[in-house]
Design a protein around this ligand. Structure first.
Ligand SMILES: [Zn+2]
Length: 159
């Protein structure tokens, strides 16, 4: 332990002493004590600054969009469309779990390509909404099970 002289009374005292044991005068902090304070301050301040810096940086990050937000499907409207198709005698049965729709092929063959495609889109949307699968459907003849058409993200195809 190093010794130093008290500035007040001149007696030798420990350099670590905060108060002179002779006269009671408060001693100025030593360089070592100052350094200790500085290190302690940095230990507290640096993580604090890092936290502040990161919290300010965080909101600027673009929100993660791993999947594009799906447009809201109007299930009520789809159910109505399915009901209409069924009432018209075209749609016999739709199985959203297997993305299959069984139709009356006699009516189906009479439809225009564009009408067929619109129906297929409705059926695929229904499968997507109810079956919670991808938006696609296979349209089959309800008697023979023969594939008539398919709608998927790759487009509409008539067999
Ligand atoms: Zn003293």
């Amino acid at each position: 332990m190093a010794l130093k002289k008290c500035k007040e009374c001149g007696n030798e005292i420990s350099s670590d002493a905060k108060v002179c044991p002779h006269c009671g005068k408060k001693q100025p902090p030593t360089k070592r004590a100052k350094l200790g304070c500085l290190i302690l301050l940095m230990v507290i301040l640096i993580p604090l600054l890092v936290v502040i810096f990161q919290s300010q940086k965080a909101p600027k990050k673009p929100t993660r969009t791993t999947t594009a937000p799906k447009p809201k499907i109007n299930v009520t409207k789809l159910k109505q469309d399915i009901k209409i198709l069924t009432e018209n005698g075209l749609l016999i049965r739709i199985d959203p779990q297997f993305n299959e729709a069984f139709v009356n092929s006699i009516i189906w063959y009479r439809l225009d390509y564009q009408v067929k495609e619109n129906i297929a889109i409705t059926l695929a949307s229904y499968c997507e909404a109810i079956g919670e699968h991808e938006k696609w459907v296979e349209i089959k003849d309800h008697r023979s099970g023969k594939k008539l058409a398919k709608y998927s993200v790759w487009g509409f195809k008539v067999y």
